[in-house]
Design a protein around this ligand. Structure first.
Ligand code: NAD
Length: 472
């Protein structure tokens, strides 16, 4: 598929140009690759009106019909996998293989969501009365997505919201709007008009959505700081909120691991998608008995990994996605330099153009350092030496974040007993980041409110309704 350079929003099933436009940059070259529509307040009102108008008929359709629509969405994504993957690499920076995995993953998640069933509970069925509790759609959902996985994270929201009978207004990040806009265009003849509206814009558009009285729920994925603003703003009309926020996941490595076997897995747990994953391992607590050999094995493996333009053959890690995040990552590296932390690898920005930072690994910086306490969301990893498993668990849990965590051991049962002590929404043993459309995913503490995926995630797009019938 060839992509033309004019991208439009989807409002009421039609392609709509922005009142103005804003530039979108390829992070590997810093070249402007397209102009994206900048949605005006009036256009957002039109999108809300279209979604509200489409809601009664959409909710009235039998759920099995809506399932078929989800399968049609998934099919359209797979049919256009190649073009969408190329566009995603161009705007996001990730290598083609990762971009294909993301777009295909979105298709797979929508398919999986289509198999879920909304439960109904019979509370009483007696001679006098029948009482059931069912789950009804909420109305219009505002879905707001970040720049690290613009496509799959959008469909974590769109699939369940539509299946449950809601209509949607989706807003991608201004750093990565293009693939989402293109998908909107590809779905215009798949869904009834108004069921899925896609708008793009600058920093003002998110707040307009969260405060809009015509939107009934906000499903947000992004940083914890923004999540707090979303929750405050949503209070205006008591919107329901699902917040998938930041993380500072710990990986705990026991002394019985096979060093050479786990080193590549641990490396990718931290550096996949250039470390720009909410559930990347961002602190690695390694038992002292295995610290030195594992440190060397991770660094040796890291030296074999190719950083470069995601559209070039053989690239395994692309650039940091945008200039703001690039500066933040360099600032954290500078802080570690100023603090005298020992660098095992990396530490200096690569020559431009492009927001390239080399894989950077730190040797046992203090627990209170910024690189340990803060979410780095980039290619820097602190390796941390611990004297005991108890110490590792205590340090892992001493965080305001509670998204995910992992334990690595030759003995999965032993690792599980340790993993169960983690105060996080997901615990993985001997792997990380495995998500499915069938299992709920969400954060404890300041990593979020509510969940996505699985039946629990689906129910976040519903209101509970108890219906009581008195029998004659
Ligand atoms: P961000 O919070 O800056 O932006 C996320 C989205 O919110 C963007 O679309 C942005 O335009 C919009 N936005 C910004 N300000 C807003 C406001 N006041 N009101 C409403 N919307 C607003 O996050 P980001 O930098 O795009 O993404 C990185 C962060 O997202 C990291 O902290 C990462 O951990 C987190 N994240 C979490 C998950 C998860 O599932 N828990 C998944 C991916 C990323």
């Amino acid at each position: 598929m060839e992509f033309e350079r004019d991208f439009t929003m989807t409002i009421g099933g039609l392609g709509v140009a922005g009142a103005t436009t804003f530039p979108v940059v390829n992070p590997a070259t810093e070249a402007v690759i397209a102009q994206a529509p900048d949605c005006s307040r009036g256009q957002l009102d039109e999108a809300v009106a279209a979604a509200r108008a489409a809601f009664p008929a959409w909710r009235a359709r039998p759920v099995d019909e809506r399932r078929q629509y989800l399968h049609a969405i998934s099919a359209r994504l797979f049919e256009n996998l190649d073009g969408l993957k190329r566009l995603l690499t161009l705007e996001q920076g990730k290598p083609f293989g990762d971009a294909e995995f993301e777009v295909g993953g979105a298709g797979m998640f929508v398919q999986g969501t289509a198999t879920l069933t909304i439960p109904e509970t019979v509370n009483e069925d007696s001679a006098e009365r029948r009482s059931i509790t069912r789950h009804v759609p909420i109305g219009v959902v505002g879905a707001i997505s970040p720049w690290n996985f613009p496509v799959i994270l959008a469909f974590f929201k769109v699939g369940p919201a539509l299946l449950a009978g809601n209509t949607v207004i989706l807003k991608p990040s201004p750093f990565t709007p293009l693939t989402t806009l293109k998908i909107g265009e590809l779905l215009r003849d798949v869904l009834p008009p108004g069921v899925l509206n896609i708008v793009s814009g600058g920093d003002q558009l998110g707040p307009w959505i969260t405060e809009h009285p015509g939107i009934d729920k906000v499903s947000f994925t992004g940083s914890t700081a923004t999540g707090k603003r979303v929750m405050q703003s949503a209070a205006g009309n008591l919107k329901r909120v699902t917040l998938e926020l930041g993380g500072n996941d710990a990986a705990i490595v026991l002394p019985d691991v096979d060093v050479n076997k786990v080193a590549p897995d641990l490396f990718w747990a931290a550096f996949r998608n250039n470390g720009q994953i909410c559930i990347a391992s961002k602190r690695m607590y390694i038992h002292k008995d295995v610290y030195e050999p594992l440190k060397e094995a991770i660094v040796d493996y890291a030296k074999t990994v190719k950083v470069g333009d995601g559209s070039e053959q053989g690239t395994q890690i692309g650039p940091v996605q945008n200039q703001q995040q690039y500066r933040r990552v360099l600032e954290l590296i500078e802080d570690s330099k100023q603090s005298g932390h020992k660098f095992l690898l990396g530490g200096d920005a690569l020559e431009g153009p492009g927001y390239f930072v080399p894989v950077t690994i730190l040797d046992n910086p203090p627990e209170e350092s910024r690189i340990v306490r803060e979410e780095q969301f980039g290619p820097i990893l602190p390796l941390l030496k611990v004297d005991s498993v108890e110490e590792a668990v205590a340090r892992a849990n001493a965080s305001d974040y509670g998204l995910g965590g992992s334990v690595w051991s030759a003995d999965p049962d032993k690792a599980l007993a340790i993993g169960e002590q983690l105060e996080t929404g997901t615990v993985w043993i001997n792997e990380t980041q495995h998500l499915t459309p069938l299992a709920p995913f969400g954060g404890h503490k300041q990593s979020g409110v509510g969940t996505e995926n699985g039946v629990d995630g689906l129910l976040e797009y519903t209101n509970v309704q108890t219906v009581v019938v008195r029998k004659a």
